[in-house]
Design a protein around this ligand. Structure first.
Ligand code: ADP
Ligand code: MG
Length: 238
């Protein structure tokens, strides 16, 4: 069963075709990486799944529902950004509890839930800290806790590890794997880093110039690149 289904999705900004005719199914419980060079349309595709961007044409299904015209807050998705997007004047706990108010939880329940999620990402003890005191890796843990707290079916991660150095990135890759095992979610993970994609993904979707050029399991894509672009992109180890 597919959890996310994109049918012929396109997005233009004026003259610029950012995303062109992307069709893709993401299975329930799968982690799919969208991989490709900067500017190829990964974030725009992701933002159309989350509802932060309206497609110029095409359809987005989540679960069985056509959500193309649904606002972001009505979709069962939660997004983690490269720059964390934490509120600097709220504490760590308040940041994680933030989205829960709209879900009708009482204050104590929100605090308990936020605290539980912070424990889960090994950030217990930081509840009353300001996000500005934290390292990049710690901020990303808090952002992850915030996304998990609302218990979405779909987690959308846009370059979540790209602001981290290599050591922290590897540490967070392990964390993400653990979280996947524990929480039954469907993940779309955007990255321009092929090591990250090959480490984490069940399947990889490779994008170039607004188009989805190949989708497959990591070893399949690696062994049998569909065209010259994929071959050269995967061959470039920089
Ligand atoms: P990626 O995430 O793969 O780096 P993006 O989806 O962010 O790529 O961008 C794809 C293309 O669309 C780029 O050329 C980018 O400059 C352009 N773009 C993205 N968002 C906007 C916007 N809001 N307005 C105009 N152009 C945009
Ligand atoms: Mg991007």
């Amino acid at each position: 069963m597919s959890e996310i289904e994109l049918q012929n999705l396109s997005k233009s900004f004026g003259e610029l075709d950012a995303v062109t005719d992307v069709s893709l199914s993401v299975r329930d419980g799968e982690l799919l990486c969208l991989l490709g060079p900067s500017g190829c349309g990964k974030s725009t595709t992701m933002r159309m799944i989350s509802g932060l961007e309206t497609p110029s044409s095409g359809t987005v299904y989540i679960g069985d529902a056509d959500v193309t015209d649904e606002p972001a807050y009505d979709r069962d998705t939660s997004m983690v950004f490269q720059n964390w997007a934490l509120f600097p004047y709220k504490t760590v706990l308040e940041n994680v509890a933030f989205g829960l108010k709209m879900r009708g939880m009482g204050k104590q329940q929100r605090r308990d839930r936020a605290s539980e999620m912070l424990d889960r990402v090994h950030m217990d003890g930081y509840e009353s800290h300001s996000p500005t005191d934290l390292s990049g890796g710690q901020k990303q843990r808090v952002a992850l806790a915030r996304s998990l707290a609302v218990d979405p079916d779909v987690l959308l991660l846009d370059e979540p590890l790209s602001n981290l150095d290599k050591r922290l990135r590897e540490e967070m890759e392990i964390e993400l794997k653990d979280i996947r095992e524990e929480f039954q979610k469907t993940f779309v993970h955007v990255t321009h880093n092929q090591d990250e994609a090959f480490t984490l993904a069940d399947r990889i979707g490779i994008m170039n110039d607004g188009r989805l050029v190949q989708v497959g399991e990591p070893n399949e894509v690696y062994r049998d690149p569909k065209n010259k672009f994929v071959e050269e992109f995967l061959g470039d180890t920089n």
